[in-house]
Design a protein around this ligand. Structure first.
Ligand code: SF4
Length: 104
């Protein structure tokens, strides 16, 4: 099962990191929630495959270190989500369906 496409309404924003909203549950280092609103990445699903970073034509993602997380110790953070052109490449390449993209 991948990211919940309804997280923007069903989950609460618990914090903001480098300008990116974080949706609950957020209990680091084990639970990290979903990061981003236009481009959402479920950090609890992300396995640091990196395909999204390679696929994105406008460099929305950058690595963010998450030591101690059970799925992977770094995540693809949608740091430049405002730059998204909604090509859906990242959504299509993610092996664990951790990404949901929704125009604002
Ligand atoms: S939908 Fe396209 S432009 Fe937007 S983050 Fe994904 S790969 Fe980048």
């Amino acid at each position: 099962m991948g990211i919940d496409p309804n997280y923007r309404t069903t989950r609460k924003v618990v914090t903001e990191i480098q300008g990116i909203k974080v949706y609950d549950p957020y209990e680091p280092p084990k639970k990290l929630g979903i990061w981003g609103t236009i481009v959402g990445v479920d950090f609890d699903l992300c396995i640091a495959d990196g395909s999204c970073i390679t696929a994105c034509p406008v460099n929305v993602f950058q690595w963010y270190d998450t030591p101690g997380h059970p799925a992977s110790e770094k995540k693809a953070m949608p740091i430049n989500e405002q730059a998204c052109i909604f090509c859906m490449a990242c959504v299509n390449v993610c092996p664990v369906a951790a990404i949901d993209v929704k125009p604002p």
